[in-house]
Design a protein around this ligand. Structure first.
Ligand SMILES: *[C@@H]1O[C@H](CO)[C@@H](O)[C@H](O)[C@H]1NC(C)=O
Ligand SMILES: *[C@@H]1O[C@H](CO)[C@@H](O)[C@H](O)[C@H]1NC(C)=O
Ligand SMILES: *[C@@H]1O[C@H](CO)[C@@H](O)[C@H](O)[C@H]1NC(C)=O
Length: 552
């Protein structure tokens, strides 16, 4: 009897530790997840279609979320540049007092330059949150130091406090000039480019031409760098440059102020207002979870954490894990259950401000959807007219942001639960994705990890009498069911168009996004000065990630 009890105990212990061992925190970091950590996670209950014999892919649409990296270097360079200009001006003016008016204007001009520059440079998505986050990390480091000092003075035992706490400094301290381009992220994109070419030899068999394989990105450096890394893989071996026989290829962007295809969220005033107003309701959802985890950790490590510490430590965990490949520091403070809850709060935020939480989030992506449909229609025309190879487009490759890829996935109706698709059609609001331990389809780490992507492959099936063209959707390279097409991944083009795409076209981007502006026109007397300032700031475009965004 005692023997059996011991055995049972042993088995329980073993099974717990196995479950913990199977838990890989790198797969639970919401949109900060690295592509390689999740790309092969698939829903095993879904069986992808067999592509019928005689069907050939003729066109590819790619929409990708570019890599992110820690880069605040430009901002500092700019500041240094401006300070030196300003300094030179001050010296000049001090020496030549007769140029008073000129000096005054010069100073004003320089002031204006910095205003304009900062408002455009600070919009690289990662930039301002990064600066804020860097400060947050330094605060965390100093708070940990304080707590340790305090405990020492009061002769409290520090035995349970993790050893790394004692000498921890923010990893970004003093690294402000590094700009840390994410080398591993580049490698992932490069390899992805090679895999895509190998998977669709019929599409990438043509001589490179910018009209055959247009590569489009937003005017954001990390998106265009992603496009370059991907393209270097995709077109490697096709040119004559260097040992990799690379080929120069064009990467084009729309001006950010008018890029309604890839940066629709930036030009949409209604959306920006909505997003700002979401913060309180999101915080209300997040708070009980944070409080619970804070007290659990305070007890476990006998350390007086605050809620802010826990929030910063979770942020640190995500960054350490995905950028620095460290999982045994901040991440190891949390149990798998706690990680799952924190991950859920991030996913909920993404749901509310980028996903199905509000129809505006994805409806403003209609211009992108139109662009995708148009490229398919053109490819079909080219196929039917038997146009000469090399004279028509075979792939349209787009590199943008989580704010682009997430709404696009929603427009296609991906990652919905049960009858959600019907509810959307009836314009009924959706419930929040279920809280762990319940399972959910809406997971940031799968929907939009770094380099997360949707590929829409157009197939020509001349042998089929009912439909000559089909669309297959691949999410992160795996076929994914479309609820709008009977939950298959291989959808007759006409059904795809009628059931999934065109219903969205009743919504017009300008009406959705600028209704607010119409309203404010009727408001009496807005201050002219504040309008001027708003105008100046708008000129420089706007942030895709307000400072509270989950991304770095
Ligand atoms: C802490 O311990 C040291 C010796 O171990 C003792 O001298 C000191 O008075 C103690 N301080 C407090 C606040 O108890
Ligand atoms: C935490 O703070 C409380 C009140 O501020 C204090 O009584 C307690 O001793 C502290 N515990 C530790 C481990 O520092
Ligand atoms: C043609 O397509 C339909 C779907 O539209 C499919 O059910 C049918 O099996 C296909 N026929 C052939 C011969 O592939």
């Amino acid at each position: 009897m005692p023997m059996a009890a011991i055995l049972l105990l042993f088995l329980t212990l073993f099974s717990i530790s196995k479950a913990d061992r199977d838990f890989d925190v790198r797969q639970h970091l919401s949109t900060v997840t690295r592509y390689g950590a999740v790309k092969d996670i698939v829903d095993n209950s879904f069986i992808p279609s067999d592509i019928p014999q005689g069907c050939a892919p003729i066109h590819l649409n790619l929409v990708m979320h570019g890599r992110s990296w820690v880069s605040i270097v430009q901002c500092f360079q700019l500041l240094a540049y401006w300070i030196s200009l300003r300094f030179a001006a001050v010296i000049f003016c001090a020496k030549h007092s007769s140029f008073e008016i000129a000096c005054y204007s010069l100073n004003c001009l320089l002031g204006l330059i910095i205003l304009l520059e900062i408002s455009s440079v600070a919009r690289h998505g990662t930039r301002s949150p990064t600066k804020k986050r860097v400060r947050e990390m330094e605060k965390l480091a100093s708070h940990i130091k304080e707590l340790i000092e305090d405990a020492k003075q009061r002769n409290l035992s520090l035995q349970k406090v993790p050893a790394w706490f004692h000498n921890w400094e923010s990893p970004w301290k003093g690294k402000l000039k590094g700009g840390e381009l994410d080398i591993k992220g580049e490698e992932e994109l490069y390899q992805l480019g090679i895999r895509v070419r190998e998977r669709f030899p019929d599409i990438f068999n043509e001589e490179y031409h910018p009209d055959v394989y247009p590569v489009k990105t937003t005017q954001i450096p990390r998106a265009s760098a992603s496009a370059v890394a991907f393209g270097m893989g995709l077109f490697s071996g096709k040119g004559s440059l260097g040992p990799g026989r690379h080929r120069a290829f064009a990467v084009t962007s729309e001006s950010r102020a008018s890029d309604t295809i890839l940066r629709f969220f930036e030009c949409c005033q209604t959306y920006k207002d909505f997003r700002k107003n979401q913060e309180p309701s999101f915080n209300k959802l997040k708070e009980p979870i944070l409080t619970e985890i804070t007290s659990a950790l305070a007890k476990r490590y006998e350390f007086n954490f605050t809620g802010q510490d826990i929030s910063s430590l979770w942020f640190l965990c995500k960054q350490e894990s995905s950028l620095l490949d460290i999982t045994d520091q901040a991440c190891s403070l949390f149990s798998p259950t706690e990680v799952a809850l924190l991950e859920w709060t991030d996913d909920i935020q993404m749901f509310m401000v980028k996903g199905y939480g509000k129809s505006l989030n994805y409806r403003m992506g209609v211009p992108l959807l139109k662009d995708v449909l148009q490229s398919m229609s053109e490819a079909i025309n080219a196929d039917e007219d038997n146009q000469l190879p090399g004279s028509y487009e075979k792939a349209r490759l787009r590199f943008a942001h989580a704010e682009t890829v997430v709404p696009f996935s929603c427009l296609l109706g991906l990652f919905l639960e049960g009858s959600d698709f019907e509810r959307i059609q009836k314009e009924e609001p959706l419930d929040l994705p279920p809280k762990p331990p319940q399972k959910r389809n809406w997971r940031g780490s799968i929907v939009a990890p770094f380099a997360g992507n949707n590929m829409l492959v157009l197939y020509s099936c001349p042998a089929n009498s009912s439909s000559k063209y089909f669309v297959q959707v691949l999410h992160n390279e795996h076929p994914i069911p479309m609820p709008g097409c009977g939950s298959t991944d291989f959808c007759p083009f006409q059904v795809f168009k009628d059931k999934i795409v065109e219903p969205h076209f009743v919504h017009d981007y300008d009406t959705l996004c600028n209704a607010h502006l119409e309203e404010s026109k009727h408001k009496p007397e807005t201050s002219k000065l504040s309008q001027l300032f708003r105008w100046i700031f708008r000129l420089g475009g706007n942030d895709d990630t307000p400072s509270h965004g989950v991304e770095l």
